[in-house]
Design a protein around this ligand. Structure first.
Ligand code: NAD
Length: 370
């Protein structure tokens, strides 16, 4: 038990709940980090090996992301132990069991994350109703299909360019991870006049200094192929995306891909974090010292959670897009202006902004009376 209480601070976690149902092999954890701004929203991650500590870190990240996005929701995260690629009927039993076990925990709203998708969320809705990230047929706004996070990232780039000496027309960008986030940010930036010079997926990188055709690449991926099957480009290994010379580098794959040992390989002017925690804190500091603008993950990639929150409130897809645009443009400008004026890292400015919003919400809580 000591372990469970060995982390935490004045923000949370509020609750850590372990769920076990041996009859169906169910093992899971819910961390509700902070609910001062409202019930917590955070995804259900399905993986074979996620610890309580990791779940708590992810829940805290959601507290900051939701607060920074100005949403009336707190932060939480759930993990379900198991192989996400297990047979569908077995997965369905686990997801339904997990939802039922947490039925009474109204401070947590289920959402999709790595290893779970909108179909899983439809099962949760069928069991308990308290969920976002649903298929369109049951009231959802399919955020990956419409590219909510990529849309947000394209606006973040547009505002961040106000702090640089180049503009979007002809700007060369590279994207690590050509999945839901990577494909869509590439599509929106290309529509704005930027040129994709390299994209990668887990099997490799494709590079063409004259530009890649994003529509063709998206069509290739839809056929289940790799970006390296694209004919008009040079093929390199997956790690080579880091060395590509470009103006904007966008990580949209895994955590911690840029760290102190490889950050010097980046040959870019701006990093916009599409993935969650793709750049270590030490590497962000090095980028800052080199004058490379880096927009932190929880500011830049909040489009998805804003879309999910709006879905929960019954908003339309077009209203969600308009809100993502408005919130992310305002936040990016505020954070980058503060960072410039106070000579601090954009991450520090972002954390200060989110923290102020959480502290204000916490000042309204009952326990402040004592
Ligand atoms: P996804 O599974 O659709 O795509 C991930 C892509 O990364 C795939 O193309 C995969 O092949 C590629 N990839 C994996 N390992 C790689 C490697 N070593 N090198 C290059 N590419 C690699 O996932 P997604 O929904 O696009 O999410 C990507 C990241 O963004 C994750 O960190 C996720 O947590 C974060 N994120 C997603 C959303 C969203 O709306 N989907 C919102 C916020 C943050």
């Amino acid at each position: 038990m000591n372990d469970i209480f060995s982390f935490g601070d004045e923000l949370g976690p509020l609750k850590i709940i372990h769920v076990q149902e041996p009859a169906i092999g169910l093992k899971g954890i819910l961390v509700v980090d902070n609910v001062a701004k409202g019930p917590s929203i955070g995804g259900v991650r399905m993986a074979a090996d996620v610890t309580v500590e990791e779940c708590a870190r992810l829940a805290r990240a959601m507290t900051f992301k939701n607060a920074a996005a100005g949403l009336p929701y707190g932060g939480g995260k759930a993990v379900l132990m198991g192989d996400p690629k297990m047979p569908k009927h077995e997965k369905q039993i686990l997801i339904r069991g997990f939802a039922n076990a947490l039925k009474e925990v109204e401070q947590y709203i289920f959402a999709p994350d790595m290893g779970t998708d909108e179909e899983c969320m439809a099962w949760v809705k069928d069991e308990i109703g308290r969920v976002v990230g649903l298929p369109r047929e049951v009231g959802g706004i399919p955020l990956d299909e419409i590219g909510a996070t990529g849309w947000g990232l394209s606006h973040v780039v547009d505002v961040a360019l106000e702090f640089c000496d180049f503009n979007i027309e002809g700007t060369r960008f590279a994207v690590q991870g050509f999945g839901a986030v990577g494909k869509n940010v590439s599509k929106f930036l290309s529509q704005d006049g930027a040129i994709a010079v390299a994209v990668s997926d887990s099997t490799g990188t494709v590079y063409n200094p004259d530009g890649l055709d994003i529509k063709k690449l998206i069509a290739l991926k839809a056929e289940g192929k790799s970006v390296t099957d694209y004919p008009d480009g040079e093929k390199r290994d997956a790690g080579a995306i880091i060395d590509i010379e470009c103006d904007i580098w966008i990580p949209a794959a895994r955590p911690d891909v840029i760290h102190e040992d490889n950050v010097h390989r980046l040959n870019t002017k701006m990093v916009v974090e599409g993935a969650n925690i793709p750049v270590t804190q030490g590497a962000e500091k090095i980028l800052h010292d080199k004058g490379i603008l880096c927009v932190p993950d929880f500011i830049a990639n909040a489009g998805g959670v804003i879309c999910a929150a709006m879905e929960y409130q019954g908003a339309s897809q077009s209203a969600a897009f308009a809100t993502i645009e408005e919130k992310l443009r305002r936040n990016t400008r505020e954070v980058l202006q503060t960072a410039k004026q106070e000579k601090i890292l954009p991450r520090e400015a972002s954390l200060n902004m989110a923290r102020k919003r959480i502290d204000r919400a916490m000042s309204f809580r009952r326990w402040n009376l004592f």
